[in-house]
Design a protein around this ligand. Structure first.
Ligand SMILES: C[S@@+](CC[C@H](N)C(=O)[O-])C[C@H]1O[C@@H](n2cnc3c(N)ncnc32)[C@H](O)[C@@H]1O
Length: 236
C-alpha cells in the first residue's frame, strides 16, 4: 500500500500510519513548510522507521503522477486553506481508483460553552473571523462530506467526535491559555491591525476566560469532524 499524508506537519501521525500499513507499504508525507518536513525526517530517523519519506510540496500541486496512492489522509489542513475543494481535487488526482481517503477538521462554530457571557461568545466568534481573515475555512468541518463528494469521491461517510473541558484542572488550564493568548502583544497587534477587535475588547475577553476557568461549573465542548470517501473504481 502507498499512502499519502498531505499537510503532514511534523510527521508524528505519518509515522503511526507507516507503522499501520506495515513494512511492505510506503507512507509519504508532504507539507508546504520546510521546517516541518525537516522535523518529520528527524523524527523518522530517531524512531528508525524505514517505510516513510517526506517532501516539501504544495497540496494544490502534488509532485506525483495520477493514480499513485492507495490511501490518502489530510488532517487539520483543509481548515487553513481558502479553497479546500481545490486541494481535495488534487489529492484525488494522485489516488488510484478504489483508493480510500480520510480527512479531519475542526468546525469553529461547533462549540458549547457554559457559563456563557457575551465576551466569551465574542472571543469564540473571533477565532472563526481570524481564520477567515487569514485565508482559512473555519466552517469546513460540517462540509467535509460535501467537499469529498464534489471532489469526485463516492461513497462517503462523515462523523464527529467531541472534546470537552469539564473538570477544574482542565478549565483552569484552558481559561489561562486563552486569557494569555488574548493579552499577548503579537496577538493584540495582529487582531487590531486586521480590525477584528479593539484592545479593550481583547482585555475584556481575557478577563472573561480567566473567570470562566475558575467557575466550578465551567464546561466547554468542541466538535472535530471526520469524513471518509472512496475514489470510484470506474472513472465517470
Ligand atoms: C495544523 S497543521 C496539521 C499537521 C498534521 N496534519 C497534524 O494533524 O498533526 C497544518 C499543516 O498544513 C500545512 N499546510 C498548510 N497549507 C499547505 C499547503 N498549501 N500545502 C501543503 N501543506 C500545507 C502547514 O504547513 C501545517 O504543517
Amino acid at each position: 500500500m502507498r499512502l499519502l499524508d498531505a499537510g503532514c506537519g511534523p510527521g508524528s501521525i505519518t509515522l503511526g500510519l507507516a507503522d499501520a500499513i506495515g513494512p511492505d507499504g510506503q507512507a509519504v508525507g508532504i507539507d508546504a513548510s520546510g521546517k516541518s518536513i525537516a522535523a518529520a525526517r528527524a523524527l523518522a530517523a530517531d524512531r528508525d522507521i524505514p517505510n516513510v519519506r517526506f517532501s516539501v510540496a504544495d497540496i494544490h500541486a502534488l509532485p506525483f503522477a495520477d493514480g499513485t496512492f492507495d490511501a490518502a489522509f489530510i488532517h487539520a489542513v483543509l481548515q487553513h486553506l481558502p479553497d479546500p475543494l481545490a486541494a481535495l481535487r488534487e489529492v484525488r488526482r494522485v489516488m488510484k481508483p478504489g483508493a480510500v481517503i480520510g480527512i479531519g477538521d475542526a468546525d469553529l462554530d461547533g462549540s458549547l460553552i457554559w457559563p456563557a457571557t457575551p465576551a466569551l461568545d465574542r472571543s469564540i466568534r473571533l477565532m472563526a473571523e481570524l481564520s477567515r481573515a487569514e485565508g482559512g475555512s473555519p466552517h469546513v468541518g460540517r462540509r467535509l462530506r460535501t467537499a469529498l463528494h464534489d471532489a469526485g469521491f463516492s461513497p462517503t461517510a462523515a462523523s464527529v467526535i467531541a472534546d470537552a473541558d469539564g473538570a477544574s484542572e482542565a478549565t483552569m488550564r484552558t481559561g489561562a491559555f486563552w486569557a494569555a493568548l488574548h493579552e499577548s502583544p503579537p496577538f493584540l497587534a495582529h487582531i487590531t491591525a486586521l480590525g477584528l477587535a479593539t484592545e479593550p475588547e481583547l482585555h475584556a475577553m481575557a478577563a472573561a476566560w480567566r473567570k470562566w476557568g475558575a467557575d466550578s461549573g465551567a464546561f466547554w465542548a468542541r466538535f472535530w469532524c471526520h469524513a471518509v470517501g472512496w475514489a470510484p473504481l470506474a472513472v465517470p
